[in-house]
Design a protein around this ligand. Structure first.
Ligand SMILES: NC(=O)c1ccc[n+]([C@@H]2O[C@H](COP(=O)([O-])OP(=O)(O)OC[C@H]3O[C@@H](n4cnc5c(N)ncnc54)[C@H](O)[C@@H]3O)[C@@H](O)[C@H]2O)c1
Ligand SMILES: [Zn+2]
Length: 690
């Protein structure tokens, strides 16, 4: 895929004056976009477009040093912290990274490093996925989490300690096995807070349904979730973190970046398992290609790889420039973008009646996937981007995130393009379309609107809900159109005879679907709560609520007070739940489900005790025999602390607990660089959690 033009190429020599004006214009634009991106977490342009502006400015300033200025955005990191937050001072400045866009720039980086160090042999690097989240620094003293802040302008960030403490992957206390590095007296560790793509999509769906503006991408969702004044909002968002560096490190030392990563891992800080040591630039380039291939399958967004000179001594020799270190570089992936034409814009009705305009496109291949539709979010977005029917547009797809229209190519307009008007009648039920006060979205308010019923049933039958196999969009559509199903509870009254009347069903397929529906009757409580489709209650909150209430009855009877007392449940969510169960129709539907024999399984394990430092969210494999307890007992102990137990070792394994006579799993763990605990380490860590 060709990238968008990297700024204007200059064929004739421009006058000094026009260069100065362009520089000023670029600085003004970049400052504005920095503000949107860093302060508001709401960018207006894509990263690729931003990078093009930034690079053009760098080039002009290099070619015309007389216009250089210490307050140019090229000399600064990020954006000053917002005043609503207490400042977080970085004891060692937290810089940005220089970017490379192609192989030549990487080869050039390698040459520069070799020259500065006076080396001729291949240089060893540690290469890591470049997480697309936001950078944080956390201070640990004697292993205890003291404070955490965002990067801000590199010198001062925003103090977000209570928010960072709600992230399960972040230990409140560091852990040290006897054979690992000692716990440092003082440590500031640096990492990236991010949100998985799936969680991001679920969050955006919930937001769109609730009439709130969706986040542009997982990075902004993570940043917007972490930079909250109310940490219960942060707690309700499924954030994760990977760590990759340190600022201060007292009382422990490492020789290389690679050893440092292993050390962080041993202290219980999550480190990206895809990191790799590379000998020479060719291995770096191969690593880049491998990660780019894996990119669509990763659970999270990466926007490139970060390459760091491995020897810390050499890093010190190379030192820093104003904005970035000389010993590291970010090799960015090309965005998956393409040009195509909007054939039409149609509105789609969601399960709570929200109307989403969707662009129907001339099919185009973007990063290997053919796309025919792209979301336009809402009317405001369409007007802000000035997208019209018939426009040639740039579309972008990041991983499996829903493709979106970035902007029209206005130079290609013919005058035949038509602006989009929001419909005044619901395309499904022809009811009136309204825009409620304070909302950006338009809605159909008719509760029995067929499109809403269909969407609600699709949600109900989905993977994270009742998980009904074989109940796809087409069948749901027929069931609703034929009047066989008016709400989810009706599904359980369907018979084979009903289905056989529909086109496309035979005895066997009808029997299969009825069986799948009947088999869905004992969902996990969290899935059942999610299935109900309560506004603002998505997959993540549903599991928080299930963990708290244990039974559906207790959840259903909970009052506002009890709800808001739960970590991660704010006023809005509590109101929405209470309102749901006050509604006559919802109650009838829920009664219908229970009467049909739907019995959610009570949630099991105790909610994780937050103060426990190491085990939450870790994937653990046991191997060999433990002298002090059975395998089952050991597994139950760590599960109670929030860990998952797996049977085989993979790159996703966090810890292998190896007892006597451990065999191949232990070998595999060593090969994959997975942390290994012997029985003594294991018992000690359980004692520490007690
Ligand atoms: N769209 C917009 O309007 C807009 C505006 C401003 C910035 N941006 C984006 O932000 C970028 C500039 O931001 P930046 O200064 O944060 O630089 P950067 O994102 O290019 O690189 C530095 C950052 O990379 C992150 N990182 C991820 N994984 C890492 C790892 N393994 N090791 C080290 N660091 C890792 C850290 O947060 C670090 O601060 C631009 O290139 C652009 O893509 C976009
Ligand atoms: Zn309708």
């Amino acid at each position: 895929m060709k990238r968008e033009s990297q700024g204007k190429s200059m064929t004739t020599t421009p006058s000094k004056d026009s260069v100065r004006r362009r520089i000023e214009e670029l600085r003004r634009q970049i400052r504005y976009h920095n503000y949107r991106y860093y302060a508001l977490d709401d960018p207006e342009i894509s990263d690729a477009q931003y990078d093009a502006l930034f690079r053009e400015l760098v080039r002009l300033e290099e070619a015309h040093p007389e216009f250089a200025s210490p307050d140019s955005p090229t000399q600064r990191v990020g954006f000053a912290p917002l005043e609503q937050f207490e400042p977080f001072i970085h004891p060692v400045p937290m810089l940005s990274l220089e970017n490379a866009m192609d192989r030549e720039e990487m080869v050039e980086f390698d040459r520069r490093v070799a020259k500065l160090l006076g080396l001729t042999e291949p240089i060893v690097y540690t290469a890591e996925p470049k997480m697309d989240g936001l950078a944080v620094e956390i201070l640990y003293e004697e292993g205890k989490l003291i404070r955490a802040g965002t990067r801000g302008d590199g010198y001062r960030g925003e103090d977000v300690t209570p928010n960072v403490k709600t992230i399960r992957a972040v230990p409140w206390r560091l852990f040290s096995p006897p054979d690992g590095p000692p716990i440092p007296e003082r440590l500031t560790v640096r990492g990236e807070v991010y949100m998985d793509r799936k969680a991001f999509q679920a969050l955006n769906r919930d937001r769109e349904e609730a009439g709130e503006p969706p986040f542009a991408n997982p990075r902004n969702a993570a940043a917007g979730s972490l930079r909250q004044l109310d940490s219960s909002i942060t707690a309700s968002r499924p954030l994760k973190a990977f760590f990759y560096g340190v600022g201060i490190l007292e009382g422990a030392s490492f020789q290389t970046q690679w050893d440092l990563l292993q050390g962080l891992r041993q202290w219980g800080l999550p480190v990206n398992p895809l990191s790799q040591r590379c000998r020479g630039i060719d291995q770096v380039l191969a690593y880049y290609e491998r990660i780019e291939r894996q990119r669509p399958d990763l659970a999270y967004e990466v926007d490139g790889v970060v390459v760091k000179v491995d020897r810390l001594e050499w890093q010190r020799i190379l030192g820093e420039k104003t904005r970035s270190p000389r010993w590291a570089i970010a090799y960015k992936f090309a965005p998956h973008q393409a040009r195509t034409r909007i054939v039409d814009i149609q509105v789609q009705v969601g399960r709570t009646g929200v109307l989403t305009p969707v662009a129907h496109l001339e099919p185009v291949s973007v990063g290997g996937v053919t796309i025919r539709r792209a979301t336009l979010h809402n009317l405001d977005e369409i007007q802000r981007k000035d997208v019209r029917i018939g426009d040639e547009v740039i579309v972008q797809r990041a991983g499996d995130v829903i493709p979106e229209v970035l902007r029209p190519v206005t130079e290609k307009r013919t005058g035949q393009e038509r602006p989009f008007h929001m419909v005044s009648q619901c395309p499904s039920c022809h009811g009136p379309v309204v825009r409620l006060e304070g909302e950006v979205v338009h809605r159909c308010l008719n509760k029995s609107c067929p499109a809403q019923v269909k969407a609600a049933i699709r949600h109900f039958a989905g993977r994270d809900a009742m998980d009904i196999d074989g109940l796809g969009q087409k069948i749901i559509s027929m069931l609703v159109d034929e009047g066989l199903v008016k709400n989810p509870a009706d599904l359980y009254r369907l018979t084979e005879e009903d289905l056989l009347k529909l086109p496309g069903f035979a005895e066997k397929s009808a029997a299969n679907l009825i069986r799948a529906i009947q088999e869905s009757k004992t969902p996990e409580l969290a899935n059942f709560i999610n299935a109900l489709g309560i506004q603002l209650v998505g997959v993540h909150l549903a599991s928080v609520l299930a963990g708290h209430f244990k039974t559906f009855q207790a959840f259903r009877e909970a009052g506002r007070e009890e709800l808001t007392a739960i970590d991660g449940v704010g006023d809005k969510v509590a109101d929405s739940i209470v309102r749901y169960f006050e509604n006559e129709e919802n109650n009838k539907m829920v009664e219908g489900l229970l009467a049909a024999g739907v019995t959610p399984r009570p949630a099991e394990a105790e909610p994780v005790e937050r103060a426990s430092s190491f085990w939450p969210d870790k994937t653990v494999v046991f191997t060999g025999t433990l002298a002090s307890m059975s395998r089952k007992e050991a597994a139950d102990r760590v599960k109670a602390l929030g860990a998952r137990v797996a049977s085989s070792v993979s790159a996703k394994t966090d810890v292998v607990v190896a007892g006597e006579k451990a065999g191949s799993k232990l070998e595999k763990a060593k090969a994959l660089n997975v942390r290994i605990m012997n029985e003594e380490d294991f018992l000690r860590s359980l004692r520490e959690e007690a």
